[in-house]
Design a protein around this ligand. Structure first.
Ligand code: AMP
Length: 148
């Protein structure tokens, strides 16, 4: 259920301000006001959607193409940007705080102090049998797409 009062819906309606970077018929991009690093920006669809899976392929692709162009702009803008993270949290358990799809574009530089936290149960090598079972389950879930 989409919450029409979420912050990004209100920005899209012009009820809240934003530092706009780009807009077209499909998406809006603006600065994140609590940035990981200065220049951190967000690309959001104009369609009311909480999850990426609600978007059609053209809209989802358009978000990534827009993020690609803005990352290229970041790199030549004078903003400190030695690398970029493209990051999309899909679902509260994945860290999504605002329930409207948003793709983060985060400028990164050596020593910026940001990073993923790896817990004791993360990043453990899995045995081949478990990897095969996982690959089979995900391949089957694609609905008949053959996996080699
Ligand atoms: P997430 O945690 O992936 O849902 O990301 C939400 C992002 O929205 C965070 O990085 C916030 O800093 C950012 N944010 C929250 N409120 C605003 C706002 N009014 N304008 C711009 N960015 C915002």
């Amino acid at each position: 259920m989409y919450d029409d009062q979420n912050i990004f819906a209100r920005i899209l309606r012009g009820e809240l301000p934003c530092y706009k970077l780009y807009e077209d018929a499909v998406c809006l991009a603006f600065l994140d006001i609590f940035p990981v690093n200065p220049g951190h920006l967000l690309v959001i669809p104009k369609q009311k959607a909480v999850s990426l899976s609600e978007l059609d392929a053209a809209t989802a692709g358009h978000l990534l193409m827009t993020a690609q162009k803005l990352a290229d702009s970041l790199r030549v803008s004078g903003v400190r940007c030695e690398g970029v993270n493209f990051w999309l949290s899909d679902g509260a358990e994945a860290g999504q705080e605002v329930p409207h799809v948003h793709l983060h574009v985060i400028p990164r530089f050596k020593g910026d102090g940001f990073g993923w936290k790896v817990g004791p149960n993360n990043r453990k090598a899995l045995p081949a049998g478990e990897l095969e079972a996982l690959a089979s389950a995900i391949c089957r879930a694609q609905g008949g797409v053959p996996c080699s």
